[in-house]
Design a protein around this ligand. Structure first.
Ligand SMILES: Cc1cc2nc3c(=O)[nH]c(=O)nc-3n(C[C@H](O)[C@H](O)[C@H](O)COP(=O)(O)OP(=O)(O)OC[C@H]3O[C@@H](n4cnc5c(N)ncnc54)[C@H](O)[C@@H]3O)c2cc1C
Length: 414
């Protein structure tokens, strides 16, 4: 793999950009791999990358039914933060946020990490209590967040209206090193690094069955034929239930569409990310100037990867009181992704009843921020059988009543 650098850009400019090589190979599948990962979203690719980088396991295939990064990873609103309440979550999300800081250098691929700061607005007394509690918990966990006053919110977000008639802004939970990154670039950067290690990324290949022998996984059936493996990682977000069924177990998940929209591009007017969870809406400004706007999930289970008109209305209605200027913006486009929600709003990173088969799912509306940490922990779990990062997130916790309740941090927020 050729190194990307300012020197390489200058050299290619001189020879009309004829020397760039493809970022990743598109091979036909081999008969057998040590590890197969199903799903080339951010979590699947990061799992493969850290298997290779941290454990030297490079005979790996990542199998994707569509195109890599074309699921939720390429459809999300790119918010990165680690201000979660429970200790296992804070550890996992803060590990991810920390890895994001240097990910461009690590992957030699500019993922455009922008730690511009994230505010979660408190607009009810209940939210004040919830966020102050989270700020105290974060202080104990070593996660840098702080409770800020409405005046400080206004300083950070001059376009905000603090005095909404229904929900005035009463303060906020501020994470200065939270922010955004370019979602496709995260998938592309990991994919390029995996391919450079010799891993096979097999796109347009759907896994249609999981094969086992004596309670142990031995391979998968795909639209390109059967492929054998010693270990299998299922990392398919909204389709986790279907893959689990193929592997012979059930997951406590439901799939729903989550939508987002962007406005026409405008001049820079907001350089932080603002989330308003009481009214179900959040907003940031992209590098191109578009206001990136997201809301809650659809109120019914579905597998539609597209937007709907009522959602534009609901989300803009939710935010317009706090950001009156958006009433004058034209909306440019909207889309949807299928997210996989657990009851406690925390993910599942776990061994499964099928030996050698592991599951990474349940990220719901907020898994983009976790990609590097999740990949790191999942790779450790798959390589060694144990990871301190994932040990609380087993699928058995729902049977045993050990929920990791993140309904304040992740119930609506992303
Ligand atoms: C509108 C929206 C906004 C969001 N905003 C944020 C945000 O601001 N911050 C945040 O942290 N998170 C956010 N999220 C959530 C985040 O996008 C997801 O949690 C994360 O991207 C999940 O990544 P993944 O790799 O698990 O799944 P995906 O990226 O969905 O990858 C799974 C892949 O598996 C493939 N697949 C499925 N079935 C099969 C099969 N049978 N065979 C082969 N391949 C298969 C799919 O094609 C897909 O590419 C948002 C999500 C949406 C939809």
């Amino acid at each position: 793999m050729k190194h990307y650098s300012a020197f390489a850009v200058a050299r290619e400019a001189l020879r009309y950009h004829t020397g760039w090589e493809r970022a990743w190979r598109s091979p036909e599948p081999k008969k057998k791999y040590d590890v197969i990962i199903v799903g080339a979203g951010g979590h699947g690719l990061a799992t493969a990358y850290y298997l290779g980088k941290n454990y030297g396991i490079q005979n790996v295939a990542i199998i994707e039914k569509g195109w890599l990064g074309g699921g939720n990873t390429g459809r999300n609103t790119t918010i990165i933060r680690s201000n979660y309440l429970q200790d296992p979550s804070a550890a996992l999300y803060e590990k991810a946020r920390g890895l994001y800081e240097d990910l461009s250098q690590d992957l030699n691929y500019n993922i455009m990490f922008s730690p511009r700061g994230v505010i979660m607005l408190a607009q009810t007394q209940h939210e004040i209590r919830g966020y102050q509690r989270t700020a105290h918990a974060n202080a104990l966990q070593g996660v840098k967040t702080e409770w800020i006053t409405p005046e400080r919110v206004k300083e950070l977000v001059p376009i905000i209206n603090l005095d909404g008639p229904r929900y005035p802004v009463l303060g906020g939970l501020w994470q200065e090193r939270g922010g955004t990154a370019r979602h496709d670039a995260v998938a592309w950067g990991y994919a390029r690094a995996c391919s450079a290690m010799g891993m096979d990324i097999i796109q347009k290949c759907e896994v249609t069955g999981v094969r086992s022998d004596n309670g142990r996984v031995v391979g998968v059936d795909t639209t390109k034929g059967a492929i054998d493996c010693d270990k299998l990682g299922i990392v398919v977000a909204g389709h986790s239930g279907q893959l689990a069924e193929m592997a012979g177990f059930r997951l406590p998940l439901e799939a729903v569409a989550l939508q987002a929209l962007v406005s026409e591009p405008i001049k820079p007017c907001m350089d932080v990310v603002v989330m308003a969870n009481t009214v179900h809406g959040y907003m940031s400004q992209s590098d191109k100037g578009e206001m990136v706007i997201g809301g809650g999930t659809d109120g019914f289970n579905n597998f539609t990867q597209r937007g709907s008109f009522h959602h534009i209305e609901e989300t803009v209605r939710a935010l317009v009181e706090t950001f009156p200027m958006i009433s004058r913006l034209k909306m440019l486009r909207q889309w949807g992704g299928i997210v996989d929600m657990t009851g406690d709003r925390s993910p599942i990173l776990s061994k499964t009843p099928l030996q050698g088969c592991f599951i990474n799912a349940g990220w719901g509306t907020g898994g983009f921020k976790a990609i590097p940490g999740s990949g790191w922990g999942m790779a450790q779990l798959m390589a060694t059988g144990h990871s301190p990062l994932t040990e609380a997130f087993t699928m058995d916790r729902f049977k045993e009543g050990r929920f990791i309740d993140e309904s304040v941090a992740a119930g609506v927020a992303h």
